[in-house]
Design a binder for this molecule. Structure first.
Ligand code: ZN
Length: 487
């Protein structure tokens, strides 16, 4: 348990956002009122160490005293710069798809994009609070439901449904350019064998089967725009959302209990009206409200695209990953609220950053061995586990031998097996966001003199699980006489 002792007018809005994010990621339970002494969190006016990454270093950011942990204001500002995406929101640079180039990201610039630095600082804040507590009671929120210590979200972007016959040809051309002739010949043989079959449905069904085996509820992002010659040539929208083939895939995915989100086509990146109409159309097709979105090609302008998502009615965005590498674009292995740097406000939208994508190494680093893609994903999953956070991965269901990717399907099987071995909380993006919103809302409304904790939280059917500093469950009473509901 902690008390936050920061006068309301002391912090700029971005610094306040930084403090809220750090406390949330730390899992420290905030007491609103305590009849016993608890650890105090204060802020310190130290000069910046020169860059957001330097300011996030725990040694510079945190200062321990008896019963008190001080956090520098520079560190709080750095959280908004990195986890709030403020640096990228200010950037005017664009690659050929209009995306902010990875080099503009402060973590990439500092060579630290494979570490969730903000999550690491939050974990250090928790350790510091426990270390200075002495006899003061320490209570933490459990990281995830079902007694799980970390989470895994498996996502799929449905980029191709119709006209898949071109895919092996495109892939052979790509491999030809790289001089991978043996692989190219294998692709040609597999493509000949699959003529007349429906390799896309086969790929989707293969993925559904493996996930059913592990009991994994995945999240599928589906394009819902009218294709045109132009959209097909540019790799934007290539299939009809209401075609029978699309319908079969959507039904199979829904029947399997997976979540469906919108894969926003290129034109939606800065256009809330088009985004809203695609969201409604997809909602009609699957007869469910669509709550999440990920932009196709990860094409977005940080800040303005998220404002459009809010206007279009989305609850969460799963776009924040690097298009050309794997890692932590926002420095977190977790869900964070979206920060609007231009207006200095928190948006009513949560961000679930993408950590790993199947083809990042193949497309941009020329690595064609699927086991190496998986190895890269597993390496990053260890970082997520270490901070008890969430690993979000993207697997394209069209990565099959018939469509140009020999060895990809067995690699996906081994990826899921390895992840499942470490017993994560496997859940859809929607569930993970819901849990984190709930966890973020929990407060100790009161701590009595004998150490009893009364909790308040947003309404929800989540267990109000708290634990002590060693991770042992602690009973807590829900505080029921409040209008905002009880834990
Ligand atoms: Zn896509």
């Amino acid at each position: 348990m902690i008390r936050i002792e920061v006068p309301g007018n002391r912090l700029e809005p971005a610094e306040r956002f930084g403090l809220d994010v750090l406390i949330d990621l730390s899992r420290l339970l905030v007491a609103e009122q305590a009849e016993v002494d608890v650890v105090r969190i204060t802020v310190l006016e130290h000069a910046s160490s020169g860059s957001p990454v330097a300011d996030l270093a725990p040694g510079a950011a945190l200062h321990r005293a008896s019963g008190e942990v001080g956090i520098t204001i520079a560190a709080l500002a750095a959280v908004a710069e990195v986890a709030g995406g403020a640096v990228e929101q200010r950037s005017l640079a664009a690659d050929r798809h209009g995306r902010v180039p990875a080099g503009e990201n402060p973590l990439v610039a500092a060579g630290r994009s494979r570490e969730p630095l903000v999550s690491v600082l939050a974990a250090e804040l928790r350790r510091a609070a426990v270390a200075v507590a002495g006899r003061r009671p320490v209570r933490l929120l459990v990281p995830w439901p079902d007694n799980r210590r970390w989470a895994v979200v498996i996502t799929h972007d449905l980029d191709v449904v119709e006209w898949w016959g071109f895919l092996p040809l495109l892939r052979m051309a790509e491999l030809g350019r790289k001089g991978a002739w043996r692989l190219s010949a294998r692709v040609a043989r597999a493509a000949r064998r699959s003529i007349g079959r429906d390799p896309i449905s086969k790929g989707v069904n293969g993925v559904l089967q493996i996930e059913a085996h592990h009991g994994i509820p995945a999240t599928w992002f589906v394009i819902c725009a009218q294709p045109s010659l132009r959209s097909m040539v540019s790799g934007d929208c290539t299939y009809h959302p209401d075609a029978p083939a699309t319908h079969r895939i959507l039904s199979a995915v829904t029947r399997a209990g997976h979540e469906i989100g919108l894969h926003g086509s290129f034109e939606t990146g800065g256009d809330a009206v088009r985004m809203a109409s695609q969201r409604r159309w997809l909602g009609r097709l699957v007869e469910k409200p669509i709550e999440g979105v990920r932009q196709h090609f990860l094409r977005m302008r940080p800040g303005s695209t998220q404002r459009a998502m809010v206007e279009a009615g989305f609850d969460y965005d799963a776009t924040y990953g690097f298009p050309d590498r794997n890692g932590f674009r926002l420095g977190v292995a977790d869900v964070v609220p979206a920060w609007d740097a231009a207006r200095q406000v928190i948006l009513p939208l949560d961000l679930l950053p993408l950590v790993w994508m199947d083809r990042a190494l193949s497309k941009y680093a020329g690595i064609e061995e699927a086991p190496l893609w998986v190895q890269d994903g597993i390496e990053l999953s260890r970082q997520c586990r270490a901070v008890e956070g969430a690993w979000v991965g993207l697997w394209h269901p069209n990565l099959t031998e018939a469509l140009g990717f020999p060895g990809a399907e067995p690699a996906f099987v081994s990826l899921l097996e390895t992840l499942a071995h470490d017993r994560p909380y496997f859940a859809s993006a929607k569930k993970v966001v819901e849990w984190r919103r709930f966890r973020r809302s929990v407060r100790a409304a009161r701590v009595t003199a004998d150490g009893q904790v009364l909790l308040t939280a947003l309404p929800g059917d989540h267990p109000s699980a708290i634990e002590d500093a060693s991770g042992n469950a602690v009973p807590a009473q829900a505080h029921r006489d409040r209008s905002n509901g009880a834990a």
